[in-house]
Design a protein around this ligand. Structure first.
Ligand code: CTP
Length: 420
């Protein structure tokens, strides 16, 4: 049975406030006690009656209400987790400055519980140096500020600033509640298996530009990498997510970096891998790039012959990191567990697994996740069938089902390898 936790759900004034109502439902369905603290301005979007009815508790915004209960101190002191969903630029600025001019910011000063903020605002406001400085201050103090999702915003525009889906915030919040339960020795036996571990995950497909409008790319959707990140977060890991081109936004709760070409991905993966415990290379990296990039669009012409594209090799990111780790020796900071992905097709002479085993040996990584690819297999679909091969001779693990099922199997194999 899940232990009942006391959650303070702060809501500030953004259009995404309606999603906080759905999040509140998820906490209630899980059996937790939730005190909602809206800012005064947020009541323009969703009123007190909604919060009281959904939480089953009285809801106040000011320190001058229910003064006899010393609400502004009590709620923070008693909380197991404080969330602000959505967190506006304004509330983060006030929190960063240590202000206590309403019940929500007062509660933040009075709590020792983990604090999780999910910002939502227009891209310009999110990227403004003032907001970024406030986010950096809050993070330095231990507040978990989730990077906003990228997608449709209020009105016609889209960009970074979208509130992640309630289920994603719920999953992330649950890792804190589980950790707290574990450290209190309550109904959870042990801490989550990846608590305290840093996992770097690359995802999506690289693009190699030919001219300003064309590129060489691949069919990778990034969905398997996203599922891996969620599975790692759910087991308590801190996730550094390096996104190449994907057809879906990165999950909430990761430290996000972006890369477009293989060489950009190499730089970003290098940075993320140093200091991480595990690297999972699920990105589909282009092995070749055009030898030449043309500054203007390649045009057809009747006077000249049709162009021939010459390709040159891209760096093999995974193999280079394995080699760098070997030269670093014991004092190095590269992950001791490196997981590769092998997109393979079988042929008349060799099976998919034969090619997988040869690739595991060639790449020198600890685990290789082999999947069969083809026109309608794996790329862009929600299904996956994988075999996880281990360099230490452990028995191969097969998993089939959704990409979430495959991701869980890979994360289980990572947990097993870390404890071997
Ligand atoms: N990989 C990489 N850098 C590259 C190519 C691949 O880091 N330039 C990584 C992938 O992210 C994956 C693993 O290596 O984890 C295997 O990728 P795959 O494309 O299957 O293998 P290749 O080495 O490119 O071999 P080939 O395409 O010749 O089968």
């Amino acid at each position: 049975m899940v232990a009942v936790k006391r959650i303070v759900l702060g809501v500030s004034a953004g259009i995404a406030v309606y999603k906080a109502a759905l999040l509140l439902r998820l906490f209630k369905e899980a059996g937790h006690h939730v005190d909602v603290i809206p800012t005064e301005a947020s009541l323009e979007f969703v009123g007190l009656a909604t919060w009281e009815a959904l939480s089953g508790n009285p809801v106040r915004t000011s320190v001058f209400e229910a003064v006899d209960t010393v609400n502004h101190v009590r709620l923070g002191q008693e909380a197991d987790l404080v969330l602000i969903v959505p967190a506006t630029a304004d509330v983060m600025a006030r929190a960063a400055a240590g202000m206590a001019n309403d019940l929500l910011t007062g509660t933040l000063l009075a709590t020792h519980a983990p604090v999780l903020m999910a910002p939502a605002m227009h891209t310009e406001m999110w990227e403004h140096p003032a907001t970024q400085a406030n986010v950096a201050t809050l993070r330095a103090r231990g507040v978990h500020v989730i990077d906003p999702a990228v997608g449709r915003l209020t009105g016609k525009d889209s960009g970074a600033g979208r509130l992640p889906e309630p289920a994603e915030i719920f999953a992330l919040a649950s890792t804190y509640l589980n950790d707290a339960a574990a450290s209190e020795g309550s109904s959870f036996d042990t801490a989550l298996p990846l608590a305290g571990k840093i996992i770097a995950i690359s995802a999506g497909g690289t693009r190699e530009p030919l001219d300003p409008v064309r590129f060489l790319g691949n069919r990778s959707s990034g969905r398997q990498g996203i599922a891996l990140a969620k599975a790692a977060l759910a087991q308590g890991a801190q996730v550094r997510f390096i996104a190449a081109h994907m057809d879906q936004p990165a999950p909430a709760g990761v430290e996000l970096s972006h890369a477009s070409t293989a060489r950009e991905l190499q730089v970003a993966v290098n940075q993320a891998a140093h200091g991480a415990d595990v690297l999972i290379m699920s990105a589909a990296v282009a092995d070749f790039r055009p030898a030449e990039y043309l500054d203007s669009k390649i045009k057809k012409s009747d006077e000249h012959a049709d162009p021939v594209i010459t390709l040159v090799r891209n760096p093999d990111i995974l193999a280079m990191l394995v080699a760098e780790r070997a030269t670093e020796g014991d004092s190095g900071t590269l992950p001791q567990l490196i997981v590769g992905f092998a997109a393979e097709t079988g042929d008349a002479e060799h099976s998919v697994l034969d090619y997988g085993a040869a690739k595991l040996a060639r790449k020198g990584c600890e685990l290789l996740v082999v999947n069969e690819v083809g026109e309608n297999l794996t790329f862009g679909t929600d299904e996956n069938s994988i075999t996880i091969l281990a360099a230490d001779g452990s028995a191969p693990v097969h998993a089939a089902g959704s990409k979430d099922d495959a991701a869980r199997a890979v994360i289980d194999a990572v947990i097993a390898a870390l404890t071997r």
